[in-house]
Design a binder for this molecule. Structure first.
Ligand SMILES: [Zn+2]
Length: 129
């Protein structure tokens, strides 16, 4: 029984990985919410490219973001998963009530325009655009 559930978990992880990488490609490697470039498996290369430290690169790891949470009936489907940077993903779910993806996206975009999302060096180093 034990090994069966482990195998099931492995399968699920692989499935999410595939969906995430499809979303990453579909979004041209940028975050669904903030539009920052993200890295999937090579933080060193990302840090080098933008002249930032590994620690600074950490928050731009590509994660699979469920638009609709699993407990609200959202599943691991292509339509329900987008690629979001770790920072946006965590910030959304830190809130008591997670905002809807559209509301959250609008909020993030507004803060990006005001340069109040991510650190100032993101803008100084021209990581955006
Ligand atoms: Zn983001």
């Amino acid at each position: 029984m034990g090994s069966l559930s482990i195998n099931f978990e492995l399968f699920m992880t692989d499935k999410i990985k595939i969906i995430r990488s499809t979303a990453y490609t579909r979004q041209a490697g940028t975050c669904f919410y903030c539009k920052m470039p993200m890295w999937t498996d090579n933080p060193q290369q990302f840090a080098l490219k933008y002249g930032i430290s590994l620690k600074q690169a950490e928050r731009y790891q590509c994660t699979a973001e469920h638009l609709q949470a699993c407990q609200n009936g959202g599943g691991d489907s292509q339509a329900n998963i987008v690629a979001a940077c770790k920072f946006c993903n965590q910030a959304r779910h830190k809130r008591k009530i997670a905002p809807t993806p559209e509301a959250y996206k609008q909020m993030v975009q507004r803060r990006v325009r005001q340069r109040k999302w991510h650190h100032p060096w993101v803008f100084e180093k021209g990581i955006y655009g």
